[in-house]
Write a protein that binds this ligand. Structure first.
Ligand SMILES: C[S@@+](CC[C@H](N)C(=O)[O-])C[C@H]1O[C@@H](n2cnc3c(N)ncnc32)[C@H](O)[C@@H]1O
Length: 182
């Protein structure tokens, strides 16, 4: 998808997008660096946009690992489908339904989770519900990497995770704060 098309989608759906640009390669590389690719059976990505991070995840994934990608925008889902990789299932549904889809595919929990969902702009109750479900369906010892442009929502993750490390990534528009939740 072109930068302009991404921008148009962002402006049309500002309440669920929270940004007008897709992530830089620096963000993508840093986010996937926390995934345990060696041992992962199933990785989950939520809030994938047009799939910019998805491609980096797939590049490092072993042939027998599966990737579940949640994205609420139908336009973006069609774009992600074009990556055309058998290891990936694209789900046009909201991320709080993670448990249902993992079960359907024969898994109990995700090994690791990558999230681009802009919890800052979502209603508090929905944000809380999604993060709670993501935590519930992340294996013990797993990592959730959350993309943000501030540290305003750190408390939300502290409610569900033992440890939150913040990694500042300046080479992005806007500069980002990755929340590494374990
Ligand atoms: C900030 S964009 C991030 C896109 C991409 N991951 C990136 O880094 O460029 C946030 C994405 O989260 C999606 N999103 C928002 N709420 C969601 C939800 N409840 N479940 C799944 N995706 C959601 C939006 O449609 C949007 O594509």
């Amino acid at each position: 998808m072109s930068r302009l098309s991404f921008f148009v989608q962002s402006v049309r759906n500002m309440k669920s997008m929270g940004t007008i640009t897709r992530s830089s390669r620096f963000i993508c590389r840093e986010m996937v660096s926390y995934i345990d690719f060696e041992n992962a059976d199933v990785i989950v990505e939520v809030g994938a946009g047009d799939g910019v991070i998805t491609k980096y995840i797939l590049k490092s994934m072993k042939p027998d690992t599966k990737l579940l990608v949640f994205e609420i925008s139908e336009v973006f889902c069609k774009e992600i489908e074009q990556i055309n990789d058998d290891r990936m299932t694209v789900i046009n549904d909201s991320a709080e339904h993670i448990g249902k889809y993992l079960k359907e595919m024969g898994y109990d929990k995700a090994h690791d989770i990558i999230s681009g969902i802009p919890f800052v702009v979502l209603p508090d109750e929905l944000a809380d519900c999604i993060v709670g479900e993501l935590r519930k369906f992340l294996r013990q010892g797993g990592t959730m990497v959350q993309l943000h442009y501030s540290t305003l929502t750190k408390r939300l993750y502290e409610k569900y995770f033992n440890k939150i490390d913040i990694k500042f990534v300046p080479l992005n528009i806007p500069p980002a704060f990755l929340h590494i939740c374990t």
